[in-house]
Design a protein. Structure first.
Length: 553
């Protein structure tokens, strides 16, 4: 392929082309039009420049999704700085780790995050900026303090008449290989890897969405941002593509419960829906199943002639539960629940499942719902190739490998991990196992990486939790499993020690409960354990002495 167009140039064009359109709305709050976004970006640029931020400096953002978060992110990229989005649900220590490891110069924080972090633990920061009003929470340089205090005055001097379209000129990245952002896969020092995402990968994902969805949605269409923007999936497909296409994005600024999400769907009526399986499953179980699970409808569903009509009626109900005006629902991030998937298939519902990884910013596979093979996660997307490392890719699962425009540059300050992830031929090793049929549909058969997915799309790495748990009193080994939305630890206790110190069954149980409580104090909310189950014998192991996880549920 030829030279990749400038990503920042596309952002600039969208802003000037859609100047008078609605851009970003905090649900139940204020709306920014594209020209308001441009004005706010300009003010942040003046602040960055006056306080000495240079091209390539890192700027971290940590807070719940909202319009001002999105503006700060766009301002960072279009200034030529490197954005470091951080999940707002991380613990204070995890946030400090990422800010320090990324060498961020500034940190934007949401109102909740502002109350938990400790600036003294992030000594390299020059300032901490509050996302709601861009006021300074902490300033460590006179230049930054002066810039913020005199911002409106400086803006007025630069644009004495008024700020117009013609004033919008953004930084152009020098090449597609230039670093645009660093996205951390988790927050714990030992496990956290900063994925270096170049501009070409952001463009590759934008161009994919343009090809896949550009024909079915139009400028001015509405979308809802549910997934955290600090997560690549939400970032690429509920924010960047839509903003660069002239859509109107609504942010559910509070933690979205199924009830809030369902109400937002019916009020906003989005044109496209991007979600993780749990959100869709919850709404169907709460809003749809209770209406259709009576004997009369079950009976009618089984009668061939009437069932078509009944199916249409049920399909209408499900479509209306999601606002009634969307082209399709794109599911990603984890396997779909079998019961729900077969139900949606039966009523001919427009859904599809995609596949990606932070390391590919994120998209690897996708198919439109009309060509989607049930049970698969789509086919390799434009700009990407996929192969299965297996002697017989159709029948014997092998590791899924991906190569192309969307692949990361590597892990920040971690060459060893980079070499393990990307081989000398440029193939990214996903750590997932799958098969691929003759048409190119990819079927995931298991995650050799064992990652679990939280209800709002957060990545949960069981090894991190087990690591901590295994070092607690009376624990020899453990596995963390997911049951519905709950995380449960299976533990094999140290029976020998118990015997030595004369502890009975009940006291072992109490110790484990105490372990659970202590552990939960240091885990982010979405990774807390709801229960500990005691195993009487050791877990079964592979020859390499790792636990055979797939046996335990």
């Amino acid at each position: 392929m030829g030279a990749i167009p400038s990503f920042n140039a596309i952002i600039e064009k969208s802003i000037t082309d859609n100047w008078e359109r609605d851009a970003l709305t905090d649900y139940k709050g204020a709306t920014l039009q594209y020209h308001d976004v441009a004005r706010k970006i300009e003010k942040l640029h003046i602040m960055f420049e006056s306080s000495g931020v240079e091209h390539g400096d890192k700027i971290a953002l940590c807070g719940r999704n909202c319009a001002n978060w999105a503006v700060a992110f766009l301002a960072t990229l279009t200034y030529g700085a490197v954005a470091v989005p951080v999940l707002h649900e991380f613990t204070a220590d995890q946030i400090h780790n990422i800010v320090n490891h990324s060498e961020a110069k500034l940190l934007f924080v949401g109102d909740v995050v502002a109350t938990i972090i400790d600036a003294t633990k992030m000594p390299r920061l020059e300032g901490i900026i509050n996302i709601p009003d861009y006021s300074l929470a902490v300033s460590r340089t006179e230049r930054l303090t002066y810039a913020r205090e005199h911002l409106n005055e400086m803006f007025g001097k630069k644009y004495p008449k008024y700020f117009r379209k013609g004033h919008v000129h953004y930084y152009r990245e020098e090449s597609g290989e230039e670093l645009a952002m660093i996205n951390y896969t988790s927050g714990t020092t030992g496990f956290s890897k900063g994925v270096m995402i170049p501009y070409r990968a952001l463009w590759g994902n934008y161009d994919f969405a343009l090809n896949a969805l550009g024909k079915v949605i139009k400028s001015g269409d509405k979308v809802i941002s549910i997934l955290p923007m600090a997560h690549m999936y939400g970032m690429a497909f509920e924010f960047l593509f839509e903003f660069m296409y002239g859509c109107h994005i609504y942010y559910l600024t509070r933690i979205p419960s199924p009830a809030i999400i369902a109400t937002a769907f019916s009020e906003i009526k989005p044109a496209i829906i991007i979600a993780v399986p749990l959100i869709i499953e919850k709404i169907i179980r709460k809003k749809v199943f209770p209406k259709i699970q009576n004997n009369r409808i079950r009976l009618l569903m089984n009668m061939p002639v009437i069932s078509k009509k009944i199916q249409q009626k049920i399909r209408e109900q499900v479509v209306n539960a999601f606002g009634g005006q969307f082209y399709e629902i794109i599911i990603g991030g984890a396997a779909f629940n079998q019961e729900i998937e077969s139900f949606l298939k039966r009523i001919d519902f427009p859904y599809t499942v995609g596949y990606g990884a932070t390391e590919c910013a994120p998209i690897i596979c996708y198919s439109d719902y009309k060509t989607f093979a049930p049970g698969s996660c789509g086919r390799p997307v434009v700009h990407m190739e996929v192969k299965i490392a297996s002697p017989d890719p159709e029948n014997i699962p092998g590791e899924i490998l991906a190569r192309g425009t969307n692949v990361m540059l590597g892990y920040y300050k971690n060459e060893e991990a980079t070499e393990q992830a990307i081989d000398k031929n440029g193939w990214y090793h996903t750590g997932d196992l799958g098969t691929m049929d003759r048409l190119g549909n990819v079927f995931i058969k298991g995650r050799s990486k064992n990652m679990l997915l939280g209800s709002n799309g957060q990545n949960i790495y069981p090894e991190e939790i087990e690591d901590k748990l295994n070092s607690m009193p009376m624990v020899i080994e453990s596995i963390v499993v997911q049951r519905g939305e709950k995380l449960v630890a299976l533990v094999y206790p140290d029976y020998e020690e118990a015997k030595t110190i004369g502890i009975n069954e009940m006291e072992i149980k109490n110790t484990m409960e105490q372990n659970r409580k202590s552990l939960n104090e240091v885990l982010p909310s979405y990774a807390k354990l709801s229960d500990v189950e005691i195993h009487k014998e050791e877990f079964e192991k592979t020859p390499k002495k790792s636990i055979k996880r797939y046996i335990y549920k």
